[in-house]
Design a protein around this ligand. Structure first.
Ligand code: GRF
Length: 192
């Protein structure tokens, strides 16, 4: 069974959907660690409820991204982590982790990429008045939401305020991410 770590900075509703999918037997993989760059993030409470160990760090306490990624990498290697799953991790992944995990880092983004990359994708879509936005799961590269797309789902947001658009998009995120992880993590196993 593949082993993965979740990286998150915020509420952690996607992390929880993934942990619940494991608990429900819909995702056969093991989450062995939560990494967060926000020691106060709500995702830590959710991790505790699911019995997931966590590592929180304060980026400012390190001289550089390389330095904190090296420390994270030691942990990932100790725990024999196969994949990194970003779920609202608000930082670009640097070279240390990218080269240690080539094609083994996934992200979920709340738009139909390449439309609306970067911060506040839902706000960007609402400002642009598009009737449809959606969700993308993609591999992570050095760019901002630019890596190869694995799966997308569209969501109607016409006439929605921000709360409703967010609710619709997050509902789809919580269904899509566990499903894609089940496919990607277990598909690789076949070819190994
Ligand atoms: C999600 O919308 C995800 O697509 C984006 O950040 C948000 C994280 O939300 N990358 P949550 O912390 O999982 O609730």
């Amino acid at each position: 069974m593949k082993r993965f770590a979740i990286f998150a900075s915020g509420s952690g509703s996607n992390a929880e959907a993934i942990w619940q999918a494991i608990a429900d037997g819909q995702l056969s993989a093991e989450c062995v660690l939560l990494v967060t760059d926000k020691p106060e993030a709500t995702v830590l409470d959710r991790a505790e409820r699911y019995g997931i160990s966590s590592f929180s760090f304060t980026p400012k306490a390190y001289a550089s991204k390389e330095e904190f990624e090296e420390e994270i990498l030691v942990l990932l290697r100790t725990l024999r982590v196969d994949y990194i799953v970003l779920a609202g991790y608000m930082r670009l992944i640097g070279n240390v982790l990218l080269s240690a995990y080539p094609n083994r880092i996934l992200n979920i983004h709340p738009s139909l990429l390449p439309a609306f990359p970067g911060k506040d994708a839902i706000g960007q879509a609402l400002d642009a008045n598009v009737p449809t936005s959606g969700v993308t799961v993609h591999y992570v590269d050095a760019g901002m939401d630019t890596g190869p797309i694995i799966a997308q789902a569209s969501v109607e947001i016409e006439g929605c305020d921000r709360t409703e658009a967010t609710r619709r998009i997050q509902t789809i995120e919580h269904q899509l991410y566990p499903r894609v992880l089940q496919q990607v993590l277990n598909q690789q196993e076949v070819f190994k």
